[in-house]
Design a protein around this ligand. Structure first.
Ligand code: CP
Ligand code: NVA
Length: 310
């Protein structure tokens, strides 16, 4: 139809700081309304249907999009690539065109970032990135919300990453540029940030530093973040464990962060690997607030992608 452009949510780097802030504010407002038990009164997505295409396992992303869409008044449809003709060779472009005739938005989790981009290119409805091998933007929207609830405005603060410079970290890099905070990254050389990501951060003037020293990265940080050592689609499990064990977040590492630093982890976690039980189950950990905020942040994303307002 006529009117505004299709509002995809593919990567944080695609947005202005103002748009991202607006989405977070709207998610926070919806969260406050829910706490007051008013969510039933405001159902802005009534009559809309969200297709969720999941090619990989998910607990948080899948459930939070499903529940979030329903709480906003909409319906959801769960699909897996294997059950679709996509799994038998129907093109991504045709899949996008057909789904666009039935549903109002598409959430997709696939390791194949190019496939996700191709789907968005041919879809006439919003496409939302629910994790690819390259990035995980919805996660970091929830993480920023969580940081700010516990530590105030993230602007000017320092977030430290210790571990594999993976898809989750890539979205943190995008966020550092847009939300204007410092990101200090410690990763082994073999699992460091991709050069294109480093170049992007430099072009954007983002305050992102890279080292191989977890203690250096974490020093004085307001938040310490890590993720699993073996992501979906990764091979070489033993190689990764050997490389990443110096980056485990334990009490000794946390002691180098600011006194009131929080610990974030997108989950699922592996106690004794990337983080000790003492840290993830300890007083500085806010990982379950973080998981809950997937719901609230994504309601802001859904409302932005699907809402009627300009
Ligand atoms: N953090 C996250 O995306 O979790 P799921 O894989 O369970 O969706
Ligand atoms: N880096 C992890 C995140 C899981 C939510 C993965 O890609 O498997």
């Amino acid at each position: 139809g006529s009117g505004r452009e299709v509002r995809h949510f593919l990567d944080l780097k695609d947005f202005s700081a103002e748009t991202l802030r607006g989405i977070l504010d709207s998610g926070a407002a919806i969260k406050r309304a829910r706490v007051k038990g008013r969510q039933a009164a405001e159902r802005p997505l009534t009559g809309k249907t969200l297709a969720m295409v999941f090619d990989r396992p998910s607990t948080r992303t899948r459930v939070s999009f499903d529940v979030g869409m329903r709480e906003l008044g909409g319906d959801t449809l769960m699909l897996t690539g294997k059950e679709m003709q996509l799994g038998r060779g129907e093109t991504v472009a045709d899949t996008a065109r057909v789904l666009s005739r039935f549903v109002d938005a598409i959430v997709i989790r696939t390791l194949d970032h190019a496939l996700m981009l191709e789907l968005a290119e041919h879809a006439e409805v919003p496409v939302i990135n629910a994790l690819t091998k390259v990035s995980h933007p919805c996660q970091i929207m929830a993480d920023i919300m969580t940081f700010e609830e516990h530590r105030g405005p993230i602007r000017g603060k320092t977030v430290a990453w210790s571990g594999d410079a993976n898809n989750v970290l890539a979205s943190w890099v995008h966020a550092a540029a847009r939300f204007d905070f410092t990101l200090t990254v410690a990763a082994p050389e073999e699992l460091a940030m991709p050069p294109a990501l480093v170049a992007w951060a430099e072009r954007e003037g983002a305050r992102v530093t890279a080292s191989t020293d977890a203690y250096e990265a974490v020093k004085g940080a307001d938040a310490v973040v890590t993720d699993c050592w073996v992501s979906m689609g990764d091979a070489d499990e033993h190689f990764r464990h050997n490389l990443l064990s110096p980056y485990r977040v334990d009490a000794a590492l946390m002691a180098h962060a600011a006194k009131d630093a929080i610990f974030l982890h997108c989950l699922p976690a592996h106690r004794g690997e990337e983080v000790t039980a003492e840290v993830i189950d300890g007083p500085q950990s806010v990982v379950f607030d973080e998981a809950e905020n997937r719901l609230h942040a994504q309601k802001g994303i859904l409302a932005w992608c699907l809402g009627e307002e300009a």
